[in-house]
Design a protein around this ligand. Structure first.
Ligand code: NAD
Length: 465
């Protein structure tokens, strides 16, 4: 059987399904190939179900550690983690059904199976029963994502050594756990597990938790984690990992010292590697760089008609970046006006408590690049809404060119900061200066007033500090 399409998208994650919808909106005939569930890692095993678990963890934190402060008393409080996981699965299922609906609404044919490029114009789909279908395609968008990587020689067995993929669905928590890697996945799971009573230790080889964030933000997070009793070691490189009868032993080098740690389970959270094998990419001439597909700003690979978006491109493995790339790819194919993505200015968000949100250059990067900068900073401690919420840790930090006011980056840590960031990314995109943000009247009392105040602080006249 042969079917002909204008565009065949391989992979139904937040890159692929968004590209498919945009292509269909532009009048193209679109097929999408997916071997698992629509929605990819984001909807099924990543962004979405973790947000449900994190919400549970926040409530667990208040009930177990701050009940007295809020005036709650219990005789028999019991935390049911199984129920938390079940709730997160329901949230995930609901969104996946939403994507299935969107595929039908946009007349996108979903082919279930594993895709391989036979040529730049032919995609073979092998279904679960081993039957092959060849799809003819004027254009192909590769959006196959990435998977967890591990320390060389250490197998993720799904029992004692797990990745987010197993951790997100496991209903029974270990008594103790070692989290290797303090990127977003490491700190989010550590926060959830810690608040469900697991003795967690995070190991990070770089000097800080969330080491790519602005240093002040990492330090603030470390302060918060320390106060909550969440253990972590930085400058800690894992030397050896051994499975024992009842768990895992990890030997760590930390600034000349050797530490030996044991736990029931290890969560491997040291980054991802691209799913570019067995797709026929190299055979048809697609260029890879360390496994990632090389693309230009229109998401074109080196082979005409073949495009790539999302984690496989290694640009920035974030769902919203994949979706933005998907829209650009579809618009490039359709030949309509599109945008050039500035990856450095893409928003980043981490959802432990306090939350972390940022974009652009850190203070150190801005100085290293030779900018003369001015920093505007405002603490949540001086914000009425944050105090009312009982979440007054953290700050907003805006970095802008001292002379012209060009916003170079913003770094936020505190309550719901992931929701506050877009005002600043929009300001950057439309070349607003901190002075202009400061004059945008914000409703009182809101957390967003901290943005206005940080902008005032940049201009030298913060009102509430
Ligand atoms: P990551 O690359 O962001 O972080 C991995 C961390 O592990 C780094 O800090 C690194 O220094 C450390 N590390 C690497 N090898 C180590 C070793 N041997 N010992 C100790 N530490 C080691 O990866 P991640 O947290 O696994 O996330 C994967 C991807 O998914 C990332 O690109 C991330 O941005 C994305 N993601 C984002 C979110 C979010 O934005 N909320 C959530 C989950 C995942």
């Amino acid at each position: 059987m042969t079917t002909e399409y204008d565009v065949v998208v391989i992979g139904g994650g937040p890159g692929g399904y968004v590209a498919a919808i945009r292509a269909s909106q532009l009048g193209l005939k679109v097929g999408l190939v997916e071997k698992e569930r629509l929605g990819g890692i984001c909807l099924n095993w990543g962004c979405i179900p973790t947000k449900a678990l994190l919400r549970n963890a926040e409530l667990a934190h208040i009930l177990t550690k701050r009940a007295k402060e809020f005036g709650f008393a219990f005789d028999n409080l019991r935390l049911d983690y199984k129920a938390a996981v079940k709730r997160s699965r329901r949230v995930s299922d609901r969104l996946v059904k939403g994507v299935e609906f969107l595929m039908r609404k946009n007349k996108i044919t979903v082919h279930r199976g594993t895709a391989k490029l036979l040529s730049p114009r032919e995609v073979r789909v092998r279904d679960a029963e081993g039957r092959n279908t060849v799809l003819k395609a004027k254009n192909v968008i590769v959006a196959t994502g990435a998977r967890p990587r591990s320390i060389p020689g250490v197998e993720i067995d799904g029992q004692r050594v797990v990745s987010y993929r197993q951790a997100i669905v496991q209903e029974d928590l270990p008594t103790s756990a070692i989290v290797i890697g303090a990127g977003p996945i490491g700190v989010e799971f550590a926060y959830v597990w810690h608040n469900y009573g697991v003795q967690v230790t995070i190991l990070e080889m770089l000097p800080h938790l969330l080491p790519l964030e602005d240093e002040e933000v990492s330090q603030e997070l470390e302060k918060a984690f320390r106060r909550e009793g969440l253990r972590f070691h930085t400058h800690a490189r894992v030397e050896r990992l051994t499975l024992t009868d009842d768990g895992v032993q990890v030997v760590v080098q930390q600034e000349g010292k050797t530490l030996t740690l044991t736990a029931d389970q290890v969560l491997m959270a040291i980054g991802v590697r691209p799913n570019t094998e067995d797709l026929g990419l190299e055979e048809i001439g697609v260029q890879l760089d360390r496994g990632f597909i090389v693309i230009d700003e229109g998401m074109r690979t080196h082979v005409p008609g073949v495009y790539a978006i999302g984690d496989v491109t290694g640009k920035m493995p974030l769902a919203h970046v994949a979706s933005a790339q998907g829209i650009v790819a579809a618009e490039t194919i359709a030949g309509v006006e599109t945008v050039v993505l500035d990856y450095e200015m893409m928003p980043r968000a981490v959802y432990c408590q306090p939350q972390v949100a940022s974009f652009g250059l850190t203070e150190k990067q801005a100085r290293e690049r030779g900018y003369e900068i001015r920093v505007g900073k405002f603490p949540f401690q001086a914000n009425g809404k944050a105090l009312g919420l009982g979440e007054s840790r953290g700050f907003v930090k805006i970095i802008a060119d001292a002379k012209y006011g060009e916003i170079l980056g913003a770094h936020l840590i505190g309550p719901e900061v992931t929701e506050l960031l877009p005002e600043l990314t929009l300001a950057r995109a439309w070349e607003l200066t901190p002075e202009e943000i400061a004059r945008n009247v914000h409703a009182h009392p809101t957390l967003s007033e901290t943005l206005m105040e940080a902008a005032h602080a940049w201009s030298g006249h913060a009102i509430h500090v």
